[in-house]
Design a protein around this ligand. Structure first.
Ligand code: UD1
Length: 363
């Protein structure tokens, strides 16, 4: 018997007892925290598919070390349909959580075609392979960006989407619509879209966290890199927004709460609903400004964060705040970590891993 066949038999056996969840992009920031929650919960087997383009496998290796459990992982690009099929051949998959995505907003403006091709083709290939293998449960990592510039606040799931301000955002919007159309024509589909607000923080152990490639686009990892001495100062993008202190207000959600949101969603997806797809905002419902982030980080970590006011960043809006009550009502999900935990856990990870997982400045 070849090693491949033996491994396949063993993999199929693994899922005889527990349902197997495939997480695409499972070695990334939200992915590693989600895999950890799933392993600790123990209800499901987890396998990961990732092309490692924006994450190195170190995060997942650490998750395995923390839990003492092995996570079968496949270095597969979702552009390669045959390679995806190879993973479905090896495992009897119950549900896919589709997180894999290019997500650098700035880069997406410079290379829109690259973003559309990567994110849209991946989603289409994945859904085709799922269909061909009779797997119809899908949880999609969407984003608050699909709402576009808000006309009303807080943002509730029933609002119209669109008007996104960059190609990255549009890929999320397009994928939601592609998936929605697929649900309309085939009632076998059972889908959930989770619209993340702004994921921040790290696991309380300081072992896993966010490890952005190059200069961080997002505020929290940038602040943490200033604190650790990798960058000189934070540039505050705009102080003339229509907000209490003039700086941008966002709904920051702790990554561990977000990860637990996926577990809550997974348990709910087992009760198939007539309404397809089911959409949930994952946020806290609380808005925090850039200046509040900086002063909270200083307060909870004791680190001084030099900053200067800079002009607005193109495409930024004044305020994004979730109405996350539907996730509370229907998934039983509630956030448990506030700004204090967001700053403390981020700093715990950053100070223990000043240069991220690789231990040196990335090019
Ligand atoms: C952005 C994207 C969102 C994406 C998210 C996570 C848009 C409009 N937003 O969210 O789709 O899901 O990143 O990748 O496409 N800020 C500074 N200085 C900095 C960085 C940010 O002042 O160096 C400010 C921003 O102007 C904003 C706030 O901090 O007011 C949050 O910015 P950021 O962390 O980048 O998140 P979003 O722009 O909300």
């Amino acid at each position: 018997m070849s090693a491949f066949v033996a491994q396949s038999i063993q993999s199929k056996k693994m899922s005889d007892t527990k349902k197997t969840i495939l997480i695409t992009g499972g070695s990334g920031y939200v992915g590693t925290h989600t895999v950890l929650e799933f392993l600790q919960d123990g209800t499901y087997d987890v396998i990961v598919l990732d092309n490692s383009s924006n994450s190195i496998m170190e995060g997942l290796r650490r998750v395995e070390e923390m839990t003492g459990k092995k996570v079968p992982r496949y270095q597969v690009d979702l552009i390669d349909k045959q390679a995806i099929q190879g993973v479905f051949d090896k495992h009897k998959i119950f549900c896919v959580i589709h997180m894999a995505s290019l997500k650098a907003v700035g880069e997406s403006c410079k290379r829109p075609f690259f973003y559309y091709k990567a994110n849209l083709f991946s989603a289409i290939n994945l859904i085709e392979v799922m269909q061909e293998n009779d797997v119809y449960n899908l949880i999609f990592s969407s984003s608050a960006t699909v709402y576009g510039p808000p006309k009303v606040l807080p943002l509730v799931e029933t609002l119209e989407t669109g008007g996104c301000t960059n190609p990255y955002g549009r890929t999320k919007y397009f994928i939601e619509n592609i998936f929605r159309d697929v649900c309309t024509v085939d009632p076998k589909w059972n889908m959930m879209f989770l619209r993340y607000f702004n994921p921040v923080g790290a696991h309380e152990s300081g072992i896993i966290g966010e490890d952005p490639m190059g200069v961080p686009y997002n505020i929290m990892p940038f602040v943490a890199q200033v604190a650790v001495g990798r960058r000189q100062e934070v540039q505050v993008f705009g102080d003339d927004f229509d907000t209490p202190d003039g700086t941008g207000v966002r709904d920051y959600v702790h990554v561990v709460d977000l990860a637990k949101g996926h577990l809550a969603a997974m348990k709910k997806i087992e009760e198939k609903s007539d309404v397809q797809p089911k959409i949930y905002n994952l946020g806290t419902g609380t808005g925090i400004s850039v200046l509040e982030i900086i002063s909270a980080f200083e307060k909870y970590t004791g680190k001084k964060i030099p900053y200067k006011m800079a002009g607005r960043r193109e495409g930024d809006v004044a305020t994004m705040i979730a109405d996350a009550s539907k996730a509370g009502r229907e998934l039983g999900w509630k956030t448990e970590r506030g700004l204090k935990e967001m700053c403390e856990t981020l700093w715990n990870f950053q100070s223990k891993n000043p240069y991220g997982y690789q231990g040196k400045e990335q090019q």
